[in-house]
Design a protein around this ligand. Structure first.
Ligand code: FES
Length: 109
């Protein structure tokens, strides 16, 4: 397998209802993950983009759904399924992260 240009980690951690931290899965991250998979297939960007759903919490749950893109280490927050096409086009095709969704470093601790 060739080394992909981008690796996308999508938090799909699920906590029980009523947990004080909530979780990305409760904020529809499974649909975000699905949408990344759909876009990957539609655009046939296999080998360029690797998409991984992560069942472990990535940290800033209150800002979720969280999506992290490497190699840049760009952290996206509040990602909705309808944002995914824009992330593909702007970030993966044109090399420009979608700034309105990027979490500033100071929000990450
Ligand atoms: S549950 Fe997704 S970052 Fe914590």
């Amino acid at each position: 397998m060739p080394k992909p240009r981008f690796h996308v980690l999508i938090c799909v951690n699920q906590r029980p209802e009523g947990h004080p931290k909530g979780s990305c899965a409760q904020k529809n991250s499974l649909a975000v993950w699905q949408k990344f998979g759909d876009a990957l297939a539609t655009r046939n960007m296999y080998g360029q983009v690797l998409v991984s759903g992560v069942r472990s919490c990535l940290g800033p749950c209150q800002l979720g759904p969280i999506v992290v893109v490497y190699p840049e280490g760009v952290w996206y927050g509040g990602v909705k399924p309808e944002d995914v096409e824009e992330i593909f086009e702007s970030h993966f095709v044109n090399g420009k992260p979608v700034q309105r969704l990027v979490l500033p470093d100071e929000m990450l601790g």
